[in-house]
Design a protein around this ligand. Structure first.
Ligand code: HEC
Ligand code: HEC
Ligand code: HEC
Ligand code: HEC
Ligand code: HEC
Length: 379
């Protein structure tokens, strides 16, 4: 009896270990697969785009099938309202999203394409969402086709097509102007959704699936909820470099199409006085102490968790050389100015896709002017 009980306990102990172990392995496995698409194939694919003689794609509204047997295009799947429980990140809403600089929102890190549908200035005019920009046309402002030969692959030398979500004329996915197959967004991204990882810092970004947000070659850390509710600890970790030629930085991504606003040739001697607003510059390397006061607690304390000097302010983000999620940006290489410090990538309620209402200040409260987060003695 005693022996039995004893071995019974032993069995229970090993069972407990086994169960705990399985839970750990399961959780680990869940973490690993969380970033990939999952669920019934039929939610996202249709074999013939026909069921009982009726079309299936785009909820039965498209008689045209989509590549990779998909039920719709990028925009179809990525349209909706972010609630915190949706698995698909929504970047276009059917009704006006909630957007408050430094406050509540239901938009993600890139903002939302909603506003560009009725105003060219308020977003990237992506094909399928808005007509080409009536003022800017097809070519990105500041485009320089001779920039960035690092990859040996170039953006198109002339912009003959409207901006797309992905591909040669798009931001996500592969590009290689010598390969016209990559003009197609699905072709350019193929394989990424099923292999996607929750990527981290400076890990390799040589494929679309292991690149930051499918932005081919770009490094960084992806916030699991795409910055739906950011604070000092929950946000993307933007990889930045003090070298504009580093092809893995988030600034380089913008520079691929807006080169003249990024490369040092066009920005001056890479020191004050500047010719164009600097990026790739580490505020912790400047002698002018105003920049060490980022994010300006006199103005922004209480917003998105900001309470002390050096706290990361998710609505005026800065990058770092490790592409890490930092809650405090003190230290060399931790406060690098980004294009995204001032702009959203997709769209915003403000002109030039700015994060805040630049035009209306002064006249609106100081804490609605993001310039003051870095220029802490300019008001
Ligand atoms: C939540 C949406 C979603 C679900 C569910 C889904 N897929 Fe996909 N799948 C996609 C998207 C989006 C693409 C095309 C873009 C890409 O590859 O990144 C794709 C591409 C593919 C491809 C071609 C590219 C590749 O990765 O090989 C195959 C094959 C595929 N899916 C098979 C399946 C099968 C089989 C299932 C069910 C077990 C399934 N998918 C479930 C969204 C989904
Ligand atoms: C059939 C639906 C579907 C289609 C079509 C689709 N997506 Fe997605 N996409 C998803 C889902 C679901 C996720 C979320 C994956 C996850 O679980 O993390 C996603 C995630 C993403 C992400 C985030 C990746 C990351 O690393 O965090 C990007 C970027 C993206 N899609 C871009 C695109 C682009 C560009 C296209 C068109 C070429 C496209 N998607 C087409 C369903 C789709
Ligand atoms: C694949 C090329 C491409 C990339 C990459 C790209 N853009 Fe653009 N951008 C364009 C094009 C084309 C236009 C002009 C048409 C339009 O407004 O969409 C544009 C316009 C803009 C505008 C002016 C918007 C307006 O209507 O006044 C801003 C601001 C901008 N981009 C910022 C960025 C930032 C910031 C990044 C990096 C996160 C970036 N872009 C990456 C192609 C690109
Ligand atoms: C993320 C931080 C950051 C934000 C946000 C920011 N700046 Fe700057 N800005 C800098 C840094 C750093 C410099 C370079 C200062 C130096 O070299 O001494 C700079 C330089 C400048 C200069 C040129 C100064 C010179 O010496 O040549 C002007 C003008 C300027 N910024 C205006 C603005 C305006 C207007 C805004 C808002 C639309 C803004 N900045 C937002 C960080 C920022
Ligand atoms: C300090 C804030 C700030 C930073 C950093 C910044 N921009 Fe801008 N950007 C603006 C403002 C403000 C405008 C509106 C025009 C103006 O005031 O010059 C603008 C306008 C633009 C335009 C529209 C130009 C046009 O002709 O209509 C593009 C494109 C653009 N920015 C891209 C970028 C890119 C790419 C980067 C990074 C290399 C970047 N911006 C960095 C604040 C910024």
């Amino acid at each position: 009896m005693v022996g039995w009980t004893f071995s019974g306990i032993r069995i229970k102990k090993s069972l407990v270990v086994l169960i705990l172990g399985s839970i750990l392995i399961f959780n680990f496995w869940q973490c690993k697969v969380m970033a990939r698409v999952s669920g019934p194939c039929s939610e996202c694919h249709t074999m013939h785009n026909s069921q009982n003689g009726q079309p299936v794609a785009e909820n039965g509204t498209s008689a045209q099938p989509f590549k990779a047997l998909l039920v719709g295009d990028c925009i179809y799947c990525h349209t909706g309202t972010n609630t915190g429980t949706n698995k698909t990140p929504y970047v276009l809403s059917k009704t006006e999203p909630d957007y408050h600089f430094g406050g509540a929102r239901n938009t993600l890190a890139g903002g939302n394409f909603y506003w560009v549908q009725s105003n060219d200035r308020k977003g990237h005019n992506v094909k399928g969402i808005a007509a080409p920009d009536a003022t800017l046309g097809l070519t990105p402002p500041g485009y320089d086709p001779t920039n960035y030969p690092e990859f040996g692959k170039y953006r198109p030398s002339t912009w003959t097509q409207q901006l797309t979500c992905a591909g040669n004329f798009g931001c996500h996915g592969r590009f290689d102007a010598s390969n016209p197959a990559l003009n197609d967004p699905i072709t350019a991204i193929l394989g990424a959704h099923h292999k996607n990882i929750n990527r981290n810092g400076t890990e390799p970004a040589d494929e679309v699936w292991n690149s930051y947000r499918f932005l081919w070659g770009i490094k960084g850390t992806e916030d699991p909820d795409y910055e739906l509710h950011p604070d000092t600890q929950h946000h993307n970790g933007y990889y930045a470099s003090t070298s504009p030629g580093d092809p893995a930085s988030i600034n380089y991504l913008c520079g691929e199409c807006h080169g003249k606003f990024h490369s040092n040739t066009y920005n001056g001697t890479y020191a004050s006085p500047w010719l164009r607003h600097p990026t790739d510059l580490d505020m912790n390397s400047l002698s002018d102490s105003q920049y060490a006061n980022y994010p300006n607690v006199k103005v922004f304390a209480g917003m998105l968790g900001v309470s002390a000097t050096g706290d990361y302010f998710a609505d005026v983000p800065v990058g770092n050389t490790r592409g890490a999620v930092l809650s405090n940006v003190a230290g060399a290489g931790n406060a690098i100015v980004l294009c995204l410090s001032c702009h959203r990538a997709h769209g915003s309620p403000y002109d030039y896709i700015l994060r805040w209402d630049y035009k209306s200040w002064p006249g609106i409260p100081d804490n609605q002017n993001g310039c003051l987060a870095c220029h802490t003695n300019k008001f």
